[in-house]
Ligand binder design. Structure first.
Ligand code: SF4
Length: 892
């Protein structure tokens, strides 16, 4: 028996340690391990972790459709005709194609698309290292997935923050608002139920009676896309009833900061003094009865008592102006536009329910919300999240045990950070690497920036070679024709999207993708033809431009099917590997082991990419193509790519396990666990956030016998937030926000994406797969209808004479697809739901439901040049959305 886990993107619920029983070279049985320690005696334990998807992983591994040998396309792309070839033949062809492209078209025509599935730390290291050596483009896909949690990023400085699931046990009110943990957090959900046994009240706010609503004490149905209206009305009740936590608001938020109603901007030092700074702000001190500068270095208020209300006359360079605390501006806006009665007309929630909910959260000892990724997938998801955070902050429900607004759960071993870019592995190399970072570190330290800000800045300046995939697909993939129609559907937009994109380029708010036509696409192990909203356009517009498409996968995904070469990867039970990231929800890093050898000729991903580097080096020498010109115009060698890929022979193609060992042993946040211990036990508890920039958003110390509560560095240590104002920032006076009237959180009606049709098509993570992985697992297919289904309300079905199981056509202005209906009383009239991850080929004619999703770009996400509002890896770039797609359904 050996330990293993599933290197899948089961993000919010990952990871789980499994016992793998092996006989005659086959995994015969897999069962959950129940060896996780309890954090302390006052909270329930984590055992046993696992979900129904992972529990039948070996079925997938031995699935007849498993790719076992390198395959070369012999028919047309997508036709499904393949020839088995040797590794040498496949790698030679690919290496030659790459050499031709690099020298003829340049490295910016070589694209690596890791998608959301690159859950292996070692695979990610290999992709980034090879792409870095070839100066190729790596697509940054987190925002494209709709996981950017933009509202949290602009309010908190980073979208990352999450508690450990056992911290829910200290909550007396738990909101499930913008997620469906019964589907997406199978191994963690028991903590919410256990908290209920202890007396916590669970409230689910969702349009449909979801699987998570079933287990709640209170289900609040809401019109899709109107969560901001509900939250703002709750904020109105909290403020008007005087239930807000004034101490928290004064200390932790920008609500006491003075803003000028005349210019709608913050009052800044540059308004008051010649050569004054743009990032120095003011509040009105009720004790000293004058305006004073806000501190950037600490949240401590000292002797000041900031005014939250009122209007104050200020002498500026241009004469006297009136300024008001943001709290006052907010209060006025809420009174005017978001009383429960007014909001009720927008969101469909009864005014009394809004009042009861507002009182419940204000009076709770510790109110928390379960992390979910649904709201981020709305066009105005940022406004919804900003409004939600406002409610939590007004009530002081952040940064204390059992409380908090959880957003993106992220916690990673930090040892893999430098492996993609370091020249070597010795202490001297570490020193050299650190010296390159030192000037920025010192410069920012001098300015009083926190470690979180500094690490984020380093991540921004580091050579990630990432390009926002949404803009890439938009400009190169043909999505412009549909995602560029935002103004047609969004009545609030004064300008066309292309104007905003041009402005973002001109002002350097966002880095635009290269203009050159792409030539080579590595699908590693992304699945863009399934994943991208409106993906059929990529097939029509992008794929014909590509000379070479290579997929590395276990299975024939929708995208692998359209590739020229498919290279077989080892499964999670056939290699030593480490999960790329974990979450504080279950704060354990996991390793998996090569319980059995890879099937057929499959190989671990490190081996595949190192062998490719070896072949590039070999062919470069044989062909005399010794260098190419990189994007900066310098010549780079091709005849030593293998040598550099392997750290001069220290980590060769046979060293997948050694790479895993190196990454673990370089980690500073796993309590110095050795690779051997981790392999034997299967997991190790995180002991700190470490140096990974994303981890630091959690802003808390991880203690051995304490549950994890995010944001305590701010609430207890008074360390500033990583925003322009150094506070939880609700007022954003960036030009784009001002133009769009979003300087404060507001509700905006969802756009009619796809045209003016009566039904809103939403979605959600599937219960019976991990994204598209396992979506064709025979056992899991038996647990649902075995084919794609669209959930529809009884009323809408009756109106269209549709019965359960009927085949229907779903259409709008941009496309159509066919699907079976599942008529369900759990769905509200006006809404239809398709849970995601069905492969295109599982739909009739190979046309999936993404065909009708245009994902209009929301220009506000192009904002930059505003301290924390600047693109960083995985965040603060344009994202895709799908939750407000309008359709009509016709029985066929
Ligand atoms: S798929 Fe993910 S959540 Fe499910 S058992 Fe495996 S590791 Fe756990």
């Amino acid at each position: 028996m050996v330990k293993g886990t599933h290197i899948l993107n089961c993000w919010y619920q990952r990871n789980c340690c499994f016992n793998l029983y092996v006989k005659d070279g086959l995994v015969l049985r897999e069962e959950q391990s129940a060896a996780y320690p309890r954090t302390n005696l006052s909270v329930p334990d984590f055992n046993p972790r696992g979900c129904h998807n992972g529990a039948c992983y070996s079925l997938q591994m031995y699935h007849p459709a498993r790719i076992k040998y390198p395959l070369k396309r012999v028919g047309q792309r997508g036709e499904g005709r393949w020839e088995r070839v040797s590794w040498d033949e496949a790698l030679t062809d690919i290496a030659d194609g790459l050499l031709d492209t690099l020298t003829r078209d340049g490295p910016d025509t070589v694209i690596f698309d890791p998608g959301g599935s690159v859950a292996s730390l070692i695979f990610d290291v290999a992709i980034l290292r090879l792409a870095n050596l070839l100066d190729a483009i790596v697509l940054d896909t987190n925002c494209e997935l709709g996981d950017e949690q933009q509202g949290a990023a602009v309010t908190l400085g980073t979208p990352v923050a999450c508690k450990s699931a056992d911290d829910y046990f200290y909550s007396d009110l738990i909101l499930i608002w913008g997620g469906n943990p019964a589907y997406t957090q199978a191994p963690n959900c028991h903590f919410v139920n256990e908290a209920r046994y202890k007396g916590a009240r669970v409230v689910t706010i969702s349009p449909d009676h979801s699987a998570s609503a079933i287990h709640a004490d209170w289900w609040i149905p809401i019109q899709p896309g109107t969560d901001a209206a509900l939250a703002l009305a709750m904020a109105q009740v909290i403020i008007s009833e005087g239930l807000h936590d004034a101490g928290f608001v004064r200390e932790q938020t920008d609500l006491p900061f003075l803003a000028r109603p005349d210019s709608r901007t913050f009052l800044r030092e540059s308004d008051i003094k010649a050569r004054g700074r743009d990032d120095v702000f003011y509040l009105y001190d009720l004790r000293r009865k004058k305006i004073v500068q806000t501190s950037k270095r600490t949240l401590k208020l000292g002797g000041t008592l900031p005014a939250l209300e009122g209007e104050y006359e200020v002498d500026t360079k241009a004469g006297k102006v009136k300024a008001k605390p943001v709290f006052q501006l907010l209060k006025e806006k809420l009174e005017e536009e978001y009383t429960p009665e007014k909001a009720s007309r927008l969101c469909g929630v009864h005014p009394d329910t809004i009042r009861r909910l507002a009182l419940a959260i204000a009076r709770a000892k510790a109110a928390s919300c379960v992390a979910g990724a649904s709201l981020s997938k709305y066009y105005h998801g940022d406004l919804m999240m900003r409004a939600q955070i406002l409610v939590f902050a007004l009530c002081g429900q952040m940064g204390k045990k059992g409380a908090g607004y959880d957003t993106l759960p992220y916690l990673a071993a930090d040892g893999g950070l430098r492996l993609p870019f370091a020249e070597g592995l010795g202490p001297l190399d570490t020193l050299k690497w650190m010296l390159t970072l030192l000037p920025v570190f010192l410069e920012m330290k001098m300015k009083g920036h926190t470690n979180e800000m500094i690490y984020f800045e380093l991540a921004r300046r580091h050579p990630w070679y990432s390009v926002n995939s949404v803009l890439f697909w938009y400009l190169q993939g043909g999505l412009k024709e549909i995602s560029g129609r935002s103004r047609e559907w969004d009545p609030y937009l004064p300008r066309d999207v292309d104007e905003y994109i041009e402005e973002a380029r001109r002002r350097r708010w966002q880095e635009l993708p290269p203009e050159k036509e792409p030539k080579v696409l590595f699908v590693v192990p992304g699945n863009s033809l399934r994943r991208v909203r409106g993906a059929h356009r990529l097939r029509e517009h992008l794929f014909p431009k590509l000379d070479l498409i290579v997929a590395i996968d276990l299975r024939m995904s929708s995208t692998a099917l359209y590739s020229d070469y498919v290279l077989p990867a080892a499964s999670s039970y056939e290699k030593a590997d480490v999960s790329e990231w974990n979450t504080p929800l279950s704060p354990f890093a996991h390793a998996t082991n090569a319980a059995v050898p890879p099937l057929g000729e499959a190989k671990p991903e490190w081996e595949i990419l190192v062998l490719l580097a070896k072949k590039i080096q070999q062919r470069a020498r044989e062909r005399g193509v010794l260098s190419f010109r990189d994007r900066g115009g310098k010549r780079r060698r091709l005849d030593d790519v293998y040598s550099r890929m392997t750290f001069r022979g220290k980590l060769t193609e046979n060293d997948q396990e050694k790479v895993a060992q190196t990454a673990i042993e370089l980690s500073t946040n796993l309590g110095k666990v050795s690779w051997q211990e981790l392999q034997k036990k299967g997991f190790a508890r995180f002991t700190a956030l470490g140096q990974h920039p994303a981890n630091l958003g959690n802003a808390t110390d991880i203690m051995p016998s304490e549950t994890i509560t995010p944001h305590t560095w701010h609430t207890e240590k008074k360390i500033p937030w990583a925003t322009l104002t150094r506070r939880i920032q609700f007022y954003i006076d960036h030009p784009l926000y001002l133009e769009l009237g979003e300087e404060l959180p507001v509700h905006k009606d969802p756009p009619k994406s796809g045209g003016d049709y009566p039904l809103v098509m939403t979605g959600g993570h599937s219960r019976y797969s991990i994204h598209a992985s396992l979506k064709d697992n025979p056992l899991l297919l038996e647990l649902e209808r075995g084919e794609p289904a669209m959930f529809m309300s009884v009323e809408d079905a009756e109106e269209r004479e549709i019965r359960d199981g009927d085949r229907v056509k779903v259409y709008n202005d941009i496309g159509q697809f066919f699907v079976r209906t599942k008529v369900s009383p759990a769905v509200r009239p006006g809404q239809v739901i398709i849970y995601h991850a069905w492969e295109n080929f599982q739909f009739e004619g190979g046309i999936g439901h993404r065909n009708v999703i245009p994902s209009p770009i929301n220009p506000v996400e192009l904002a930059g040049g505003y301290f924390h509002l600047r693109p960083a890896p995985a965040i603060l770039q344009p994202g895709q959305n799908d939750r407000e797609t309008r359709v009509e359904v016709l029985k066929v």
